[in-house]
Design a protein. Structure first.
Length: 110
């Protein structure tokens, strides 16, 4: 059936886009990282004011940078998840439309 093939092709395209966005999601919640970032900033501030704290401050700064990157990725994940939800709704709509069209054809209605 031509209609079924059309809808299946559209669903496959949307499914590919959905899988792409899913592949972009990594890591955890930005809230987890934000807490760690706050703690590291406080520790860094203290170390920068402490005589002889430069070496440890350098290490804390590198950890801070790492967690800031993770938090940024987590914020991107949230936007990717929104895209995923919207695409999934589109797929569900296409499946419903396809099934409706096929049902009409089988029952001989237009």
């Amino acid at each position: 059936m031509e209609i079924q093939r059309y809808y299946n092709d559209m669903i496959d395209i949307k499914q590919g886009t959905l899988n792409y966005y899913r592949s972009l999601i990594t890591g955890g919640s930005s809230y987890t990282y934000d807490s760690e970032i706050s703690q590291l900033r406080n520790k860094l501030s203290l170390l920068e004011r402490t005589p002889g704290g430069a070496v440890e401050a350098s290490w804390v700064r590198s950890q801070l940078n790492y967690y800031e990157e993770l938090a940024q990725q987590a914020r991107l994940n949230k936007s990717y998840q929104q895209e995923i939800n919207e695409i999934q709704e589109e797929i569900d709509d296409l499946i419903a439309e396809r099934d409706w069209e096929i049902s009409k054809l089988r029952n001989g209605t237009k």
